[in-house]
Write a protein that binds this ligand. Structure first.
Ligand code: T5A
Length: 211
């Protein structure tokens, strides 16, 4: 596979949507073909699964059902969108991926890492992002930002302790995989957040254009 696979992660209200647009602009300005997508979702079937997962009315979804639905959407997404793009040399920028499963279903819900790893192995067959930008900020700051926006979905309705376990899981992944996962302090003003992202992208794009 020759395209680069970049994912964006973070807790609620971390600013992913805001930063995604900036990253997309930088990569496209460098003349690189880019596919921008998201999880759960990114395909017709995946977007239907997303609706089920985010709907606050679905309070009775079991933890394992939630986990399996995440990977069902991911399987569709990988086969239909992500892998074909990477094979064609197109870069893929994805709003959330499997680190979110470890953080939300693992850290938040308490599902074992091994169970998630088994599904990851089955569905992804070893495929991992080349670069993950983790937008990290204290849970209360993120919830305040997200709260200003809209009615909370099924995940945004979880309590603070769920969010804290989710944040710690993300940080744990970053400490175990520092080469892949770059932590961005997204509690700062937007300009500072984008500067942190730019310095990482500068290195990545310099490497890509010299290849
Ligand atoms: N999920 C997903 C799982 O549980 N398991 C999985 O495996 C996967 C893939 C998906 C949900 O699914 C869960 C996690 C999620 O809950 P989502 O749409 O990806 O949903 O997730 P959200 O976190 O809800 O994403 P949002 O787009 O809603 O939030 P963002 O993108 O993090 O935040 P954004 O950019 O909209 O910013 C929030 C507000 O803050 C402001 C923005 O203007 C906006 O108003 N803001 C700032 N304000 C001050 N300073 C800054 N630096 C700011 N940056 C942004």
């Amino acid at each position: 596979m020759s395209g680069k696979f970049i994912t964006l992660e973070g807790g609620e209200g971390a600013g992913k949507t805001t930063c995604l647009k900036h990253i997309e602009k930088r990569i496209k300005e460098a003349g690189i073909d880019l596919c921008v997508t998201r999880e759960p979702g990114g395909t017709r079937t995946g977007e239907k699964i997303r609706e089920i997962l985010l709907d606050r009315g679905n309070f009775d979804i079991l933890d394992d059902t939630e986990l399996i639905l995440m990977f069902a959407a991911r399987s569709q997404h990988l086969n239909e969108v992500i892998s074909p793009a990477l094979v064609a040399g197109t870069w893929v920028l994805c709003d959330r991926f499997t680190d979110a499963t470890y953080a939300y279903q693992g850290g938040g819900r308490g599902i074992s890492q091994q169970r998630i790893a088994d599904l990851e192995h089955w569905v992804q067959k070893g495929l991992k992002p080349d670069l993950t930008l983790l937008l990290d900020l204290p849970v209360d700051v993120g919830l305040e930002r997200a709260g200003k926006r809209s009615t909370p979905d099924r995940f945004e309705s979880e309590d603070i302790s769920f969010m804290q376990r989710m944040r710690l899981t993300y940080l744990d992944i970053a400490s175990r995989e520092p080469e892949r996962v770059k932590v961005i302090d997204s509690s700062q003003a937007l300009g500072n957040v984008l500067s942190q992202i730019d310095s990482i992208l500068d290195d990545l794009l310099a490497g890509a254009t010299s290849e």
